[in-house]
Design a protein around this ligand. Structure first.
Ligand code: SAM
Length: 186
């Protein structure tokens, strides 16, 4: 079994949009307790690489490297760039804010986290790489999607079956990064 029901969301995103493959490098943001890490590690196999990041400690997962840190801190993003390099195949983010129950606040915080994940994706993804990110629906979702679109071949909005009870959550899946990252200082 998996550590989280969330594992089945990544499985569904992978079935529908073909994200995870043998030998690939995957960065998972907001990875605790580690269900997505377990799925990713299975799919990339021993020749692949999986890196998980979270505010919370993540119990070890075989073959997975973990970073404990806040993705809104530049120091954490720097650590992820150092470990992951700039030829990552897939960046996934299931990051979610602590819920206040106030719809507009939770939405704004979710979009903020999703934008941090997007910036990291632009830093580390190789050409052709894929990006999948959770975001709560609301007024800023369309703008966020529009900012992602020019960087990828296409973007789809998916709502996995396992997400149905938390009704406002969707996943944007962006396939096929169009350009390689530019080296700083070149
Ligand atoms: N995909 C995970 C799994 O399958 O086990 C579940 C992820 S859970 C829904 C969301 C996670 O996002 C939480 O563990 C939370 O600590 C993390 N998170 C929220 N804000 C974060 C931030 N600023 N930096 C890193 N992780 C964050």
């Amino acid at each position: 079994g998996y550590r989280s029901r969330a594992a089945y969301k990544l499985k569904q995103l992978d079935r529908e949009e073909n994200l995870l493959h043998e030998g690939k490098t995957v960065v998972d943001l907001g990875a605790a307790p580690g269900g997505w890490l377990q799925v990713a590690a299975e799919e990339v196999g021993e020749t692949g690489t999986v890196i998980g990041v979270d505010l919370q400690r993540i119990d070890p997962v075989d073959g997975v490297e973990t970073v404990r840190g806040d993705m809104t801190d530049e120091s954490t993003r720097e650590e992820v760039r150092t470990i992951a390099g700039d030829a990552v195949d897939v960046v996934v983010s299931d990051m979610a804010p602590n819920m206040t129950g106030e719809y507009s606040v939770d939405h704004a915080r979710s979009v903020h986290l999703a934008r941090q994940a997007f910036e990291t994706a632009l830093d580390v993804l190789d050409t052709g790489g894929d990006f999948a990110v959770k975001v709560f629906e609301g007024q800023d979702l369309d703008d966020f999607r529009e900012d992602i679109e020019p960087e990828f071949q296409y973007v789809r909005t998916l709502r996995p079956d396992a997400s149905r009870d938390s009704s406002s959550e969707v996943y944007l899946v962006a396939k096929g990064r169009m350009t390689a990252p530019v080296e700083a200082g070149d």
